[in-house]
Design a protein around this ligand. Structure first.
Ligand code: MOS
Length: 752
């Protein structure tokens, strides 16, 4: 049985497994029994409740709020508006780097998007705060909302995504098209989508002088500390964030959001601990989203089906007051060996909350379009879609010519295709029916996601009693980071599970970087590996210099740490326990640290990506158009597998989000008001169990010597990529209708 204790919001996990074991999550029992305390479950003495009042218009200004009515309501303590909001040390619109997003913190009466916070009501109870907010009866001076990709003049952004150039190219595009005998130009639309983790943003904030203690879900505690420190003019060390559990994040908890800061401001205003929890509809605006895209792909190929040129242009939308540009076209940088590739982006400014990183930012919408276009091109060339992809397989990175640090995509195609039965697929559409007369279609898509690393640090201690501790302020957003990182820690310290304590989920531990970009295991895991190596090296130095040790003089032959003992590498029978070494040295414990950063030399030399191949079967009702995904098989290669159970779970989760993108998710915008019309879980559709009857993920072996010391690539987001295109292509194969607008819905294919 796992042994877990929680103290001060920190997780202390004792476990003793090692890399490669299919362990279940250590916190799973806590979550399934309701014992795990999420931010909104926290309660502090003297705590009061805050409720946001949000704008019902998308553009204009607030001309009046009935603060008196709200204040007069029983239980209401205070109403925070631009008139009395605590002064901040940094303007919420200051922006010093691309990762610093402008926030709406009641700095003025201006309304820049629907659901923007316009006041915060603080009361003795949640009910009183909610009722008080309803009494504010805001009046507005409203201006027409700009919505949609055609409502403004597009501009060319200076950078996109996390800071990459908006336009890139290689090769001679004109020559490529001149050499083409087959050309297609196709346009795809993807809608706005909202992250919608099950747990909304929530915060319990308490001030003690200029010290701040908060419970809030975070994918990046150190960055949140920095942002809060800047806004309130206090030192980051004065801010303690506890985030042991997240009920999902998908990117929207990567940066601290405006509503979380408003909770901190409310606590300062009333001088008491404050709890603020967003309502589901308030998640549609101030905490980020995935922007809509319109993508144009222009492909040329020669008579043999070899690509000669590829242009991918993506238009997207961003807010009127900040920049986040969905880097959708960059999906075309990495997969196909076209001698000429050009990617470009532009954007329009609309009256929306600023978009943000969300579930495979760039790659998800970009690969939906690219993988659909590749399917269309394969058909135009008269080729099977898998044969076409193999014909255009990139043995080196298409844009740069760099070798891949590792790439097992051929094996993914082979294993996934075999498992799915792809070879039996008829090339023409509308050839297959099931026993109920439903049209059946098979489609495929290639999955790809960059293998990223962020700076991270960890600390490790070995104690005389034979136990060890690893500390890292890592983030478990549901992906299983605690368990996977503790597995790495056990191996790094050479300890059995019973003797390792793993502390995580709190900002007073070493900075684990951000749990984003599918890079947390690679980054935090490498830091832990480094901390383990550091402390073991120190311990070994003690032993090797001590004549009383069996390891004396092991020198260059070195030592192996395993099972709480150091062994001579050249004679493993000669060993002793960590405790014996420390006792003789008169030490109670010995400590080490690890720090990693992206390896610039390796990144300059190699292209680093995880890959996969996704195969989908759908049925389509020929009369009513209802689309069902009946089978999904994904085969993925992402380097070292720390925990196969959780890696598989990540792939399955990603593929389900792919189903969601292909068939369900759509934030419907009211063009007149600029409001999201389906800002709730009844009408904003995501897949449920019944939407995915059979789903399989194959873990393809891959060994990578270059990505990091552990050989780990990310697995969190890649499952979304490839899947969307695979389903769209399967819908075409079932019906013969090419739907180029996501999500694919029944009215687009009914009555065929
Ligand atoms: Mo993710 S969108 O990198 O949290």
């Amino acid at each position: 049985m796992p042994e877990i204790t929680l103290a001060q919001g920190q997780a202390h996990i004792r476990m003793g497994s090692s890399i490669g074991q299919p362990l279940t999550r250590w916190e799973g029992v806590l979550k399934t029994t309701g014992t795990a305390r999420f931010a909104a479950d926290q309660h502090q003495a003297g705590m009061v409740y805050a409720c946001l009042a949000v704008s019902s218009i998308a553009r204009g200004r607030v001309t009046s709020l009935d603060v008196a009515a709200a204040r007069a309501h029983p239980g209401v303590i205070e109403v925070m508006t631009p008139a009395n909001a605590p002064a901040l040390a940094l303007h919420p619109d200051a922006k010093h780097h691309p990762f610093m997003f402008r926030l709406d913190l009641l700095q003025s009466d201006a309304v820049r998007f629907a659901n923007q916070p316009i006041a915060v009501v603080i009361a003795q109870t949640l009910e009183a705060a909610t009722e008080g907010a309803a009494l504010l009866a805001p009046r507005y001076e409203e201006q027409p909302a700009r919505t949609g990709l055609d409502s403004a003049t597009p501009f060319t952004p200076p950078f996109i995504g996390a800071g990459s150039p908006g336009a890139e190219s290689h090769g001679d595009i004109e020559a490529g098209f001149a050499a083409a005998s087959v050309r297609i130009e196709v346009e795809y639309d993807t809608p706005a989508q909202y992250h919608n983790p099950m747990e909304p943003h929530a915060i319990v904030a308490a001030w003690d002088g200029d010290r701040l203690s908060i419970d809030t879900p975070s994918q990046g505690m150190a960055m949140a500390q920095q942002r809060i420190a800047g806004l309130f003019g206090i030192s980051p060390e004065n801010i303690h964030i506890r985030s042991p559990f997240l009920g999902g994040g998908f990117g929207c908890k990567g940066m601290i959001s405006g509503p979380q800061i408003l909770g901190i401001m409310a606590a300062r205003l009333v001088g008491r601990p404050v709890k603020l929890v967003l309502r589901r509809e308030q998640m549609f605006g101030p905490v980020g989203h995935r922007a809509p895209t319109r993508q144009t792909l222009h492909l040329g190929a020669d008579a043999d089906g070899q690509l000669t040129a590829l242009i991918h242009h993506a238009r997207t939308a961003t807010s009127t007051f900040d920049d986040f540009i969905e880097p959708a076209a960059n999906a075309s940088h990495s997969l196909y060996a076209s001698p000429a590739i050009r990617t470009t982006h532009d954007a329009v400014r609309i009256d929306t909350g600023t978009p943000l990183f969300m579930r495979a930012p760039g790659e998800a919408p970009g690969s939906a379009a690219l993988e659909s276009a590749i399917d269309e091109m394969a058909l135009a060339c008269g080729m099977d879609p898998l044969a076409f992809r193999l014909k255009n397989y990139a043995d080196v990175a298409p844009m740069t010519g760099k070798p891949f640090s590792s790439k097992a995509l051929r094996a993914c195609y082979q294993q996934g295709g075999e498992r799915f039965g792809w070879a039996a697929r008829p090339t023409a559409p509308r050839q297959m029916r099931d026993a109920n007369g439903m049209l059946v279609g098979w489609g495929m898509g290639t999955a790809v996601f960059p293998a990223l690393m962020f700076p991270a640090q960890a600390a490790a201690v070995l104690r005389r009693d034979g136990s060890g501790v690893v500390e890292i302020g890592a983030h478990d957003m549901g992906q299983g980071a605690w368990t996977a990182l503790a597995q790495i820690a056990a191996d790094a310290l050479g300890l059995d599970r019973a003797h390792l304590e793993f502390r995580s989920g709190s900002s007073d531990l070493p900075d684990a970087g951000i749990a984003g970009g599918s890079a947390h295991t690679a980054s935090a895991g490498s830091a832990i590996h480094g901390a383990g190596a550091d402390v073991i090296a120190k311990l070994a130095a003690l032993a090797m210099g001590d004549e009383a040790s069996p390891l004396f003089g092991a020198g260059n032959a070195g030592v192996i740490a395993r099972g709480g003992r150091l062994h001579r590498r050249d004679d493993e029978a000669r060993s002793e326990t960590y405790g014996e070494i420390l006792a003789r040295a008169g030490l109670e414990e010995i400590a080490g640290r690890g720090a990693v950063a992206p390896d610039q030399a390796a990144q300059a030399a190699y292209a680093m990506q995880a890959h996969g191949a996704v195969f989908a079967e759908v049925t389509v009702d020929p009369d009513f158009g209802q689309i069902r995904v009946t089978r999904l098989v994904g085969a993925f290669a992402a380097g070292t597998v720390i925990n196969p159970r959780m890696v598989r779970s990540q792939y399955l989760g990603g593929m389900i989000w792919g189903v969601s993108f292909a068939l369900h998710e759509h934030a419907a915008m009211d063009k007149r008001s600029g409001r999201t019309m389906n800002a709730n879980f009844a009408e904003y559709h995501v897949p449920v169990n019944a939407d995915v009857p059979s789903i399989e993920a194959i873990l393809v072996d891959e060994h990578d010597e270059h990505v990091n010391a552990l050989g780990v690539k990310g697995v969190g987001e890649i499952g979304i990529t490839g899947t969307v295109g695979a389903i769209a292509n399967a819908v075409w194969h079932a019906t013969g209708v090419r739907v180029r607008s996501f999500p694919i819905t029944l009215e687009q294919v009914m009555g065929l």
